[in-house]
Design a protein around this ligand. Structure first.
Ligand code: HEC
Length: 183
């Protein structure tokens, strides 16, 4: 009986300790946020923790939400050229073009806008479509679903996913005026 009581007492102590530790942790987290210690500028250096965690969170969320759809648009020169047109009008100012200089504007975001397609992680067609349509929260990457049709987004997906193997005319058009990207 006494042993049982002792055991109960120990469990109570451990539980109380855990609750106190948790409360302390929460309080410190609130203090760190309220005291203005967290860096919020876009020109700060990337902490290695952030640089490792955020891409992991992003890729896991994209993999969870994107459908298994394949690109409904046929892969032909017309569609690729339309993709180039939309890309140059909407994306190049931040992501530059494959042969162009990295965009100064794009580099000024935190995290910076990677030069596409070479700076991009590996995505399936459906994942890339979902990412472009919905954008990336708390970064400079807009949700294009409100500005571009699904067809236009799929055309960009075709362009980015087939960038290694483009018809010469499409490639030339993509890189034309390469020095004009960025402000
Ligand atoms: C105003 C600047 C801006 C514009 C315009 C813009 N983006 Fe982005 N984009 C960003 C930034 C910043 C990131 C980086 C976000 C991150 O790393 O979490 C990004 C990330 C991306 C990524 C993810 C890269 C990866 O490796 O995960 C893709 C793909 C992308 N953008 C495609 C596009 C396309 C396609 C367009 C045009 C329809 C576009 N972006 C227009 C700023 C922009």
């Amino acid at each position: 009986m006494t042993r049982l009581l002792l055991l109960g007492e120990n469990v109570r102590k451990v539980l109380l300790g855990a609750v106190l530790a948790l409360a302390l942790l929460l309080l410190s987290a609130v203090a760190v946020m309220r005291l203005g210690i967290m860096p919020v500028t876009a020109d700060g250096t990337h902490s290695s923790l952030e640089a490792r965690i955020m891409p992991m969170v992003l890729h896991a969320s994209i993999a969870r939400h994107a459908s298994g759809e394949t690109n409904p648009g046929p892969l032909n020169e017309d569609n690729l050229k339309s993709g180039v047109g939309t890309y140059k009008a909407m994306c190049a100012r931040c992501h530059s073009t494959p042969e162009g200089n990295a965009s100064v504007y794009g580099q000024s975001f935190y995290p910076p806008a990677p030069q596409l397609p070479k700076g991009m992680a590996q995505y399936t067609d459906a994942q890339l479509f979902w990412l472009i349509k919905h954008g990336i929260r708390n970064t400079g990457m807009p949700a294009w679903g409100g500005m571009l049709s699904d067809e236009e987004i799929w055309q960009i997906v075709s362009l980015l996913e087939n960038s290694q193997d483009l018809p010469p005319l499409v490639e030339a058009e993509w890189n034309e005026h390469k020095n004009k990207t960025g402000p």
